[in-house]
Design a protein around this ligand. Structure first.
Ligand code: C8R
Length: 264
């Protein structure tokens, strides 16, 4: 009997698969495991790329599950040092500028799994064995259980589940919206997948753009929501506005600003 895939629209609302994705993902896998972290040199990058593709090719692009990505997660797995996990929400550029300097700390994009997929778009063309380079499902306008959204949910869950020691999160206090939002990946996935027996404390850094808004801070109500969510799970919260080492990274491009003088 023939397996019928549900009909798909000709064009999804999201960007299509990134051009040359196979070369990019394979290349990033080799760069990560042979150059950046040679202790992972035993990783099988071609097998990792095959597991990545197999998670979504030939499938309904609106019904991808976290189980589909299990083989990839297993092959790309790595152990990370306690006390060095750094989460973030709406602070993508700054957090990665910071970990580039502070190389002991890991965001998800500093792990093999996140490094390979960062900034890419992908989905399959279920009628064929190919990627769809024209369009991919948009998480809101088309469907939530698409290859890319499910990947980040799986990866974020893995990254929270693996955490140990004091963990950190960088939040954005200049958004004009709450710095902590329960609908974000951090608020909906990571907070709920930290293990209280291994993670006693989460330290939040609420950062403000230099010369930007001061719309939320450690004393705002969204941080209190985060605190009560964590306390229910027996995890303590500490919060610092404009954590100095991160502020110093911001000061590289604003060295004349008063908050960047050494005595401040
Ligand atoms: N995480 C989630 N999403 C990620 C990601 C990542 O590491 N890396 C990328 N490139 N993306 P946001 P958030 C993409 O709203 O929802 C983990 C995804 O397409 O600013 O709180 C990470 O460990 C996703 O839709 O933040 C981090 O701690 C947006 O970027 C949180 O989850 C998410 O951007 C960040 O997720």
């Amino acid at each position: 009997s023939q397996r019928q895939q549900p009909p798909e629209p000709l064009h999804w609302q999201g960007a299509g698969t990134t051009d040359s994705i196979s070369e990019i993902v394979l290349g990033r896998c080799f760069t990560y495991t042979r150059v950046k972290r040679p202790e992972l040199r035993d990783k099988n990058c071609p097998a990792i790329w095959n597991a990545f593709k197999a998670a979504f090719l030939f499938k309904d692009q609106c019904n991808i599950t976290e189980e589909d990505y299990q083989p990839l997660q297993y092959l790309a797995n790595q152990t990370l040092p306690c006390n060095k996990f750094l989460y973030w929400s709406k602070a993508y550029t700054l957090v990665h500028q910071y970990t580039k300097v502070q190389q002991e700390m890991f965001t998800l994009e500093d792990t093999l799994l996140g490094y390979m997929a960062d900034g890419l778009d992908w989905c399959g063309d279920p009628g064929t064995s190919e990627m769809n380079h024209k369009s991919c499902p948009h998480w809101r306008k088309d469907c939530g259980n698409n290859p890319k959204s499910v990947f980040w949910k799986m990866a974020s869950k893995w990254f929270a589940d693996a955490a140990c020691g004091v963990v950190h999160v960088m939040l954005n206090g200049s958004l004009g919206k709450p710095a902590f939002q329960q609908t974000s990946t951090f608020g909906s996935v990571e907070v709920h997948n930290l293990h209280p027996d291994r993670v006693p404390l989460l330290e939040a850094w609420v950062m403000h753009d230099i010369g930007g808004n001061f719309s939320d801070s450690c004393s705002g109500s969204s941080i209190n929501e985060l605190r009560s969510l964590l306390n229910k799970r027996k995890i303590h919260l500490m919060c610092q506005d404009d954590y100095k080492p991160v502020r110093l990274v911001q000061c590289v491009s604003h060295s004349e600003h008063s908050s960047c003088s050494l005595t401040k």
